[in-house]
Write a protein that binds this ligand. Structure first.
Ligand code: GUN
Length: 294
């Protein structure tokens, strides 16, 4: 039986650790960490995510500010909002929820966020620091995966790590993190993507497989080496009449058959997903305590 890497439990543990630290800070009369989230428009998924982030702040004892802007807000007005939060000394962390409406440049907005407050780890400065293995805010999903590997004491040194997908927020940073001279890290990394030839043959050689391709149940048992560690970043809703809400969630990995071959695997739901909010809270705490930019 494989080890089921339980992101729900691990995320709860991290949130409790952060809550305990906030209590200490408050008892010592220190500054309570404060996260600001900017939400543009009425995208349902974004509203749900931001709502969950605000609730998580309350749970650990952080302060939070939610700035809601209309769908048709100008780029200039959004940039001004970011600048105001940048300059507000009470706010430690700033996130602008993505995606943004088409008339707004994500690059311009991201570049405007002060790296010291960029707890999403999306700014060029913080991505660069990650690549250099300097203190930084690592983006929520990669940080969540790193933390799961650490807390489940997965050996990564000298292993062949195959990453499927090269997105800026998951595949690309994971390939950098797994190759760096650190733990988790020191893996030999192959970053695969839509132009990769012989994908199946490459994936079959993975000791650690990180799947962020965004295709439901893409990875099947015949693609996986016996004893591999499998991290599934995908999440998809599929219709299921037998469920009360009419759907169920599946990942990029065909869980039942792949788990039978793996030594450890993240489930969907309850694997990587719940870790992302814990990562954001952790980065906000780092910022409040000036651990990244002293
Ligand atoms: N949209 C989807 N994931 C994220 C995230 O981690 N941060 C922000 N700001 N927006 C997102």
């Amino acid at each position: 039986m494989p080890t089921i890497i339980d992101g729900k439990k691990t995320s709860a543990e991290i949130k409790n650790e952060i809550a305990a630290r906030v209590k200490e800070i408050k008892a010592a009369g220190g500054k309570v960490p404060h996260l600001a989230a900017v939400l543009v428009g009425n995208d349902g998924a974004s509203q749900t995510y931001v709502g969950a982030k605000v609730k998580a702040c309350e749970f650990v004892g952080f302060e939070s500010t939610l700035v809601k802007l209309e769908d048709n807000v100008s780029e200039e007005a959004l940039l001004k909002t970011v600048e105001e939060i940048n300059e507000n000394p009470d706010i430690d962390g700033l996130i602008v929820q993505l995606p943004l409406p088409k008339h707004i440049s994500v690059e311009k907005v991201t570049a405007k966020i002060k790296p010291e407050k960029d707890v999403d780890g999306f700014t060029p400065a913080n991505v660069g620091r990650m690549a250099l293995n300097w203190p930084t805010y690592v983006a929520a999903t990669p940080y969540g995966i790193v933390e799961l590997l650490k807390r489940y004491e997965i050996e990564t040194s000298g292993k062949h790590c195959v990453v499927i997908g090269r997105s800026h927020i998951v595949g690309s940073p994971m390939s950098i993190l797994m190759a760096r001279n650190d733990y988790p890290g020191n893996s030999t990394v192959t970053l695969t993507h839509s132009r990769t030839k012989n994908l199946k043959e490459i994936v079959k050689t993975a000791d650690i497989l990180i799947v962020a391709i965004g295709k439901p149940e893409f990875v099947t048992a015949d693609m996986v080496k016996e004893g591999a560690v499998v991290i599934d970043v995908g999440i998809h809703r599929i219709e299921d009449a037998s469920k009360k809400n009419g759907f169920r969630l599946i990942g990029d990995v065909k869980f039942d058959e792949v788990s039978a071959k793996s030594s450890a695997i993240t489930p969907v739901p309850g694997g990587v997903g719940p870790m992302t909010i814990a990562s954001l809270l952790y980065n906000t705490l780092l910022s409040a305590e000036r651990k990244v930019y002293p």
